[in-house]
Design a protein. Sequence first.
Length: 246
Amino acid sequence: MHITSRDNPKIKEIALLQKSAAARREAGLLVCEGPVLLLEALRSGLAPRSLFVLEGHTGALPDGLACDIHTVTAPVMAKMQNTVTGAPLLFTVPIPEAKAPDQGPILALDGIADPGNLGTILRTADALGGTVALLPGGADPTAPKVVRAAMGALFRCFPWVCGYAALEAHCKAKGIPLYAAALRADAEDVRQVPLQGACILIGNEAHGVSREGLDICQKSVIIPMRGAESLNAAAAAAILLWEALT
């Protein structure tokens, strides 16, 4: 189908999904932009539900796509896109299923509000080997900025969304120790604490681990630093996950 109207119902639906987390949850769909993410989705076994491609760019599509494919004009594509300089294609895929991890290492993100940080942490976990749990107050994992920053990791490493009590109960049942990465007087050097198989709470960019998060943890750990008082949440997550895997 070739779509030329910005008021087409399919176009309006995509525009709504881009803006509304509730609409994405109700539809069970992620909106993804660009050929790189399309290849990542296919590599991860996720079949696109629908695909919109800018007229004149259909030759760049992979062979064997089993979904509805619509060609659109530039104004129509611009209405659907979340970026100013968008890619020539956009597609939807089902939101991957997330399960509580049976073992560590787990990065539990306590109020990580920046979508770029969340996406980067998911990409790091996918690259190094680890799982991610999302505690309350953080960025929406289906948000367009998270999808872009994760660079396809979201398809393979979708986070388990849970509350503090659920995380504590799950870790106790599985024998997974809970540690908080926190700037506290009693925090232990991360190099001296066995992180293998642990769940590590990483706090909000501005305020750190919440009181609720600290209350469920057995101890606090700290990354020793020579200069700056703290690290970006994504940088800290990468260091902690590396320590947990080596």
